[in-house]
Write a protein that binds this ligand. Structure first.
Ligand code: FE2
Length: 425
């Protein structure tokens, strides 16, 4: 299929832009492109045309399991992990696949076309690994799924976890995961980071660890992660997910830590919806927000993305695959309210996340894949403000989802008949 999209605004602020799609690629981008013969034209009407949303951190093996076998009463991370442990023996491959496929439907409808999902490898049957490898193939035509081998119960703490993790990599899982703060001791946590980084280096894989998801300012495994990244030459290929302890660290230590992360080109992923609900649970008042230091990490030149982490699972009862909801929460929690910072929050769920995943052909430029989302918004900040409708989602040149524009009809004396929440003056 070939099509011409007229008069779009791009996330970088360019307006009046046309975009020519030929087969699965973007052929040309610019103002007033000539219209080839017999090519359908889509009028973007000056609205925002973005590359698709990318979720850099998710748990697709647990998603949509809310209430199974029961609901998390305390709302804490640790009860969530215990609850997941109760559910694991009852998982079936069929149910895992069905829930994952349903979530991918939701994702595509929200313009979310690439997801890095952690998959728990601590079940000796590796049922979830098999299920998600199957789902990865099933959804390939419309969504890029990247799998991380995640030893939820600790790669050293759980006796079979390391062997299972290696087996899952042999089966085709893409990325090496870890959870150093959940190991028995700080020393074991550091040792797990060494073992897992070396494993990734041997196999030529990326690393993405749940790292320091804790309010304990002494949880400093990120320092070890940066050290081994630099030692093994894994620059740009290693990511620390969560890093919530950094919220509670003292400023002096962080002033040493950020340049070390920058030197090793370690990426950071915050999960705003989950961090704001799970962190600070042991506090009375004031309650810490717990999210990592997003603007400071960005200012230090570190690539930062936002992840959804959870949707309707043992840890989080809400969510719908809307990365604009994630960006909106990140913006609020980090107080990133300037124009440039709001734009940076949009980047955290698009280009930055794509960079961390190492996605091929991502972005709006000639030669890249024709993967696009037309939003009912004028610019990235407006998209976040409105959690804007995805009017049209394009994957490899094909329209895969549409949502009607949101308008309300009014019956007010002397006032307009409709509103769409766009600012007009
Ligand atoms: Fe996670």
């Amino acid at each position: 299929m070939t099509m011409l999209i007229r008069n779009a605004t791009l996330p970088d602020g360019r307006t009046g832009i046309d975009l020519l799609v030929e087969a699965d690629r973007i052929k040309a981008v610019g103002p007033n492109l000539p219209l080839p013969e017999d090519v359908p034209v889509i009028d973007a009407g000056g609205l925002l045309l973005s590359p698709p949303f990318v979720d850099a951190h998710f748990h697709m093996d647990a998603t949509l399991s809310y209430g199974l076998p029961r609901v998390n009463q305390s709302g804490t991370l640790l009860e969530g992990i215990a609850l997941w442990g109760e559910l694991k023996p009852h998982l079936t491959q069929e149910a895992l696949v069905e829930r994952a496929l349903q979530y991918c439907d939701w994702a595509v409808a929200k313009g979310l076309l690439a997801i890095r999902t952690h998959v728990d490898v601590c079940d000796d049957r590796l049922l979830a690994v098999e299920a998600l490898l199957h789902v990865k193939e099933r959804v390939k035509p419309y969504l890029d799924l990247q799998l991380v081998a995640f030893p939820q119960d600790g790669v050293l703490r759980s006796p079979t976890a390391l062997a299972n993790l290696k087996r899952s990599l042999d089966m085709g899982v893409d990325v090496v995961g870890g959870i150093p703060h959940f190991e028995r001791t700080m020393a074991d946590g550091a040792e797990s980071v060494r073992i897992l980084c070396e494993l990734a280096a041997e196999r030529g894989l990326r690393v993405d660890m749940h790292c320091d998801e804790s309010d304990d300012p002494m949880s400093r495994h990120i320092e070890t992660l940066a050290f081994h990244t630099q030692r093994l030459g894994l620059h740009g290929r290693v990511t620390g997910s969560h890093l919530t302890s950094m919220h509670s660290m003292d400023n002096y230590y962080v002033s040493k830590l950020l340049p070390l992360m920058r030197e090793a080109q370690v990426n950071a992923i915050a999960n705003p919806l989950i961090n704001i609900t799970l962190q600070g649970r042991h506090d009375t008042y004031p309650k810490r927000r717990g999210m990592t230091r997003v603007p400071e990490l960005m200012a230090a030149g570190i690539t930062v993305a936002f992840g959804h982490d959870c949707v309707m699972d043992p840890w989080y009862s809400l969510g719908s695959g809307d990365m604009l909801e994630v960006a909106q929460m990140g913006l609020h929690v980090a107080q990133m309210t300037s124009q440039a910072q709001m734009r940076a929050c949009f980047d955290a769920v698009t280009v930055n996340a794509a960079k961390i995943l190492g996605l091929d052909g991502y972005g709006i430029a000639p030669g890249q894949y024709a993967d696009l989302v037309l939003l009912q918004a004028r610019d990235p900040a407006d998209a976040i403000r409105l959690r804007a409708n995805r009017l049209m989602v394009v994957r490899r040149g094909q329209i895969v989802a549409r949502t009607p524009a949101a308008t309300a009809s009014l019956s007010l004396p002397g006032r307009p008949e409709t509103v769409d929440w766009a600012l007009r003056r």
